[in-house]
Design a protein around this ligand. Structure first.
Ligand code: AHR
Length: 497
């Protein structure tokens, strides 16, 4: 099969906001305890954080990590996680029916984020709490000093403010499972007042309003419109969440599911703009896709567990190669929508539906989904080019005209390079690609790589070899033209200079 791609140096979609490569650590399962934090582990540093995990996180070059939830945040008292550890209470976490020890709290997570070279995206509890608790947390975190909460931070060992810039106004408040779930009007008003007050505490912050928990929620659309109508003037982003599954074991349909992400983004952007027009506002609300991933492998096991353990193994999906290909398609989709999606968080980062897994007292290992994320995050920086793509297509149960080729092209001005990411969705056929890079002058190939030839159900674990990103020698360039082959069921990267 053949496919053609054309870009022009002067036709850009948008600058990529680095935060599009964000991720997520929730107090859930073994994400924090036995994940990032395991003081007795041989690689633990003086703060109890596993250095082997920090190294794996650094390989992913994650600029932003959402914390502390997720569903967890909707019942969380952030004050439980500050001050001397021996005084911190153990609490029932109703979201995950676990016991939270509060050994790790705000200071520890900020310290971890520094060590992992990332920023914190902090969520406030708008389930069981409200304006006051959110403002106190912000004052504690960002106010320089001379007030009750900022001086308490200093007493607790942090002289300098944490300066957390990105804040989420609650989590999935439309979901009936959420502790303190609300109607759109209830949430919209609460979010409006919380946002207004938080910006009075610190007007440098940016705020994310909760959109729907997925585009399959019965209130999807109406929820977005209503909450925006209330809070529009005080917030900066609207959130989207989406998880994929392949219970039906239908590979062609599964790999097409990134198209649902694309239409979800476009639908939500349209609603933001409708509210903008209604209000006659000159402010555009952009999107924070702050939970996205594959999540289904662990659901049956999790449904059988008994409650109230500390750090039980929960949501420990073991990913396979087809999941990695869909995550690759998801990354391409986010990049191609980078004019509206400014923040995205792969949910999650360690042990819980995660690219990085740990063994207690043992190894850290990388899931197949680690690899496309690592390449996109490290090389997909700069501006997205407007891609004209001609590809053969196929139909599935849920989707029509699915292109076999999913692709994006990026120009990185700083490094003076053009980077192409691509997935070939075809099960049997190689895609021969002809790329025309108008206006770029003579280009040479720096590297072209592929993740291919793996069994589609291949999983990794601590005893398996890591996946190998191999060179793809089929690519050749001549002037502004580049040609090569993408193997069936492959994730690909081509870098040119
Ligand atoms: O990421 C796992 C859970 O998925 C989060 O806690 C919640 O926000 C979503 O439903």
């Amino acid at each position: 099969m053949r496919a053609n791609v054309k870009v022009n140096k002067d036709r850009l979609v948008s600058e990529i906001d680095d935060r599009i490569y964000g991720s997520f650590i929730e107090h859930l399962g073994r994400a924090v305890y036995e994940g990032i934090y395991e003081p007795d582990h041989p690689t633990a540093n003086e703060l109890g954080f596993r250095e082997d995990v920090i190294e794996a996180v650094s390989e992913l070059n994650v600029p932003l990590v959402r914390y502390p939830g997720g569903n967890f945040v909707s019942g969380y008292k952030w004050e439980d996680g500050i001050g001397p550890r021996e005084n911190r209470p153990k609490r029932l976490d109703l979201a995950w029916r676990s016991v939270e020890t509060n050994e790790v709290g705000l200071h520890e997570f900020v310290d971890w984020a520094k060590q992992a070279n990332t920023e914190v995206n902090m969520a406030v509890n708008l389930g069981t709490r409200g304006v006051e608790a959110a403002c106190n947390l912000l004052e504690y975190s960002n106010h320089p000093g001379g007030t009750y909460w900022s001086d308490l931070r200093k007493e607790n060992g942090a002289e300098e403010p944490f300066n957390i810039q990105t804040w989420c106004l609650g989590n999935e408040m439309d979901g009936p499972w959420q502790i303190g779930a609300k109607t759109a009007d209830e949430y919209g008003r609460l979010a409006q007042e919380t946002a207004k007050a938080m910006k009075l505490v610190d007007d440098s912050i940016e705020l994310v309003l909760c959109g729907s928990s997925s585009n399959k929620m019965p209130t999807f659309g109406e929820w977005e419109y209503t909450v925006l109508d209330h809070a529009y003037d005080h917030i900066d982003y609207l959130s989207l969440h989406l998880y994929w599954e392949n219970f039906e074991n239908d590979l062609p349909n599964y790999l097409a599911k990134s198209m649902q992400m694309d239409s979800f983004i476009k639908d939500v952007a349209a609603i933001c703009d409708a509210v903008k027009a209604k209000k006659g506002s000159d402010k555009t609300i952009n999107l924070s896709f702050d939970e996205w991933n594959v999540w289904y492998h662990s659901k049956e096991a999790d449904s059988k567990r008994e409650p109230w353990d500390i750090a039980p193994p929960l949501l420990e999906d073991i990913y396979n190669f087809e999941d990695a290909l869909l995550v690759g398609c998801g990354l391409i989709t986010l990049l191609n929508n980078s004019d509206r999606v400014k923040i995205a968080c792969l949910a999650q980062l360690v042990n819980v539906i995660a690219p990085i897994m740990t063994v207690k007292d043992g190894e850290v290992w990388r899931q197949p989904t680690f690899y496309p994320f690592m390449q996109a995050s490290n090389y997909g920086r700069g501006h997205v080019l407007d891609l004209q793509l001609e590809s053969p297509t196929y139909d599935t149960k849920e989707f029509k005209n699915v292109p076999y080729l999913e692709s994006t092209a990026i120009v990185n001005e700083e490094k003076n390079e053009v980077v192409i990411f691509a997935v070939n969705r075809s099960e049997n056929e190689t895609l021969s690609i002809d790329v025309d890079l108008e206006g770029f002058g003579d280009l040479t190939i720096i590297e072209s790589t592929e993740l291919a030839d793996y069994d589609i159900k291949l999983t990794l674990d601590k005893d398996h070899e890591a996946m190998e990103i191999k060179d793809n020698h089929s690519f050749q360039s001549e002037g502004t033209n580049v040609k090569g082959d993408f193997k069936p069921l492959s994730w690909n990267m081509v870098r040119l200079q």
